[in-house]
Ligand binder design. Structure first.
Ligand code: ACO
Length: 356
């Protein structure tokens, strides 16, 4: 038995490879460096979906119309849902979408996290939702729906780079959850809901909100060492550090750090975050010499999404916007060649009192 299934191979995939020793991510034969900041999210979807879905020639337009279609569900946002965290509210709206396994279902699922996140964030701030503009790119329209005003090109490019960077990442916990559900033939909506549910935990895609809390609590670089030592002394984990597979720096961290630099007025915050990161890495190396712990994707995710105007409570929803592409590709790959996923457990409970 392997604790946490570490080292267990549970799928063959053509979608992505995570090389934890070299710190390299490959998505369908392209390295992350070739993709992040160079490829639109729509083109990345086409790359991931090739051979798995029959895509329309105008994918950007079809995704735009899917945003308009799912916008109807925003009417279901009531006060009960608005009391929930954004990821819970977005998940509840997504659960209203019909299950299915066709391309139209996949497009609605790709569109939904963006439309619903913008609407939930605005409603929680007492603002009316903004209707999608199908003519814009997915990244630009997401920011426009969030703020009610068009973003700059640099901002739309930065969100594009983020969505591409997090689109797929081997057999991470949420992708595995999505593949398990897909293997039962429950449908794509069910598989994506499983993915979101696994993603929201703080050990996975729920980490970047707490990164902002950590930066705000530290306040200035001179406090970093004392704050971090005290947190580790209480047995806490530092959010944005450590990874199951990477034993070196997560390559996504630097892809996102580059995107933060495209945003005006973020340089002071970036320098502060770099100082906290350096202190954290030095202390982790002192305190955990046997376990190589380095920066993961969530540290610079936090800086980038904060700079784009998303509230920290909604960061996991933005992660889901990108990762839905990976979940949907994996769901189809699982259905194409995979059997029902059904591992075994070892019973360690008591024996029956009476022999059968
Ligand atoms: N801060 C402090 N100590 C850590 C951290 C951390 N961020 N990460 C791991 N460790 C320590 C553990 O306490 C443990 O030490 P011990 O053996 O002395 O008890 C050791 O490293 C191994 O930890 P595991 O939990 O076995 O490592 P695993 O590979 O299962 O964990 C994980 C990976 C969950 C990401 C972990 O590093 C963590 O909790 N990080 C903080 C949360 C985070 O940033 N999550 C986002 C990950 S990226 C993503 O999912 C998109």
């Amino acid at each position: 038995m392997s604790d946490g299934l570490e080292g267990v191979v549970a799928a063959r995939t053509v979608l992505s490879e995570v090389d934890g020793q070299a710190g390299r991510l490959i998505i369908r034969g392209r390295s992350l460096d070739e993709l992040a900041g160079r490829t639109r999210f729509e083109d990345l979807i086409a790359l991931l979906f090739e051979g798995f879905y029959d895509l329309p020639a105008d994918l950007a337009g079809a995704l735009g119309w899917a945003r308009s279609e799912v916008f109807a569900e925003v009417a279901a946002l009531d006060t009960g849902l608005l009391d929930r965290t954004p990821v819970e509210a977005v998940r509840a709206l997504m659960a209203r979408l019909p299950d299915g396994d066709d391309t139209a279902t996949a497009l609605r699922l790709l569109a939904a996290p963006s439309v619903f996140t913008a609407a939930v964030v605005r409603a929680q701030a007492g603002e009316a939702p903004v209707e999608p503009d199908p003519g814009l790119s997915h990244a630009a329209d997401t920011l426009r729906m969030l703020r009610g005003a068009a973003p700059s090109k640099a901002e739309a490019d930065a969100l594009d780079a983020y969505l591409v960077t997090v689109s797929d990442h081997g057999l991470n916990a949420s992708t595995f959850a999505a593949r398990v559900v897909a293997s039962t033939r429950a449908g794509l909506t069910s598989a994506v809901l499983a993915g979101i549910s696994a993603l929201k935990g703080p050990l996975h895609g729920g980490a970047p909100g707490p990164v902002i809390e950590m930066l705000d609590a530290i306040g200035e670089p001179s406090n970093a060492r004392a704050w971090i030592e005290a947190a580790l002394g209480r047995g806490e984990r530092l959010m944005g550090f450590g990874h199951r597979i990477y034993r070196v720096r997560d390559p996504r961290a630097d892809a996102l750090k580059r995107a933060v630099k495209w945003l005006d007025a973020r340089q002071g915050r970036l320098e502060f975050a770099e100082a906290v990161e350096a202190a954290a890495l030095a202390i982790l190396r002192e305190k955990k010499p046997d376990r190589p712990l380095d920066t993961n994707v969530e540290f610079y995710t936090a800086l980038l999404l904060e700079g784009l105007g998303f509230p920290p409570a909604a960061f996991t929803c933005v992660f889901a916007m990108g990762r839905t592409a990976g979940w949907l590709a994996h769901a189809r790959e699982q259905l194409a060649g995979g059997r029902l996923i059904r591992p075994q457990s070892v019973y360690v409970g008591p024996a029956p009192m009476r022999a059968a």
